[in-house]
Unconditional design. Structure first.
Length: 131
């Protein structure tokens, strides 16, 4: 409700839409996510890379792999915020695997792992303690 209130108060506040989309996807409210993304398109025309990622994720969850691939192919990982970049790379790998493009899937998962290892959360952990 807070994100919706923020959107009503500031309809061009992109971060509120991004946070709302994250929440809706995580709580499996895909119909509401689709409605929200339709509103985003009307409000912004071309949405941010993060919002386009949520559109691709929705298409993947709906098993519309062709539409998902079209969206994924237009996005660059570096243009997606750090909060969603690993999820984007994972989605790309899962999509390629689903479409039986195993070499591309392997590359995408390798890129995801490399990005994960370079995150500050990973670098703070002394992995020796875990092995």
């Amino acid at each position: 409700e807070d994100y919706k209130r923020a959107i009503v108060l500031q309809p061009k506040f992109v971060q509120a839409y991004e946070s709302l989309c994250y929440l809706l996807e995580r709580t499996n409210r895909l119909d509401t996510l689709a409605d929200t993304l339709a509103t985003v398109k009307k409000t912004f025309g071309t949405p941010s890379s993060d919002l386009q990622f949520f559109e691709a994720l929705l298409r993947y969850r709906q098993e519309d792999y062709v539409s998902c691939e079209k969206l994924i192919s237009t996005l660059e990982p570096d243009k997606i915020s750090g909060n969603h970049r690993l999820s984007f790379l994972q989605l790309r790998g899962k999509l390629f695997h689903q479409m039986k493009q195993y070499n591309s899937a392997f590359k995408a998962f390798r890129q995801m792992n490399k990005a994960s290892k370079s995150r500050s959360e990973f670098l703070k952990v002394d992995s020796i303690n875990y092995f």
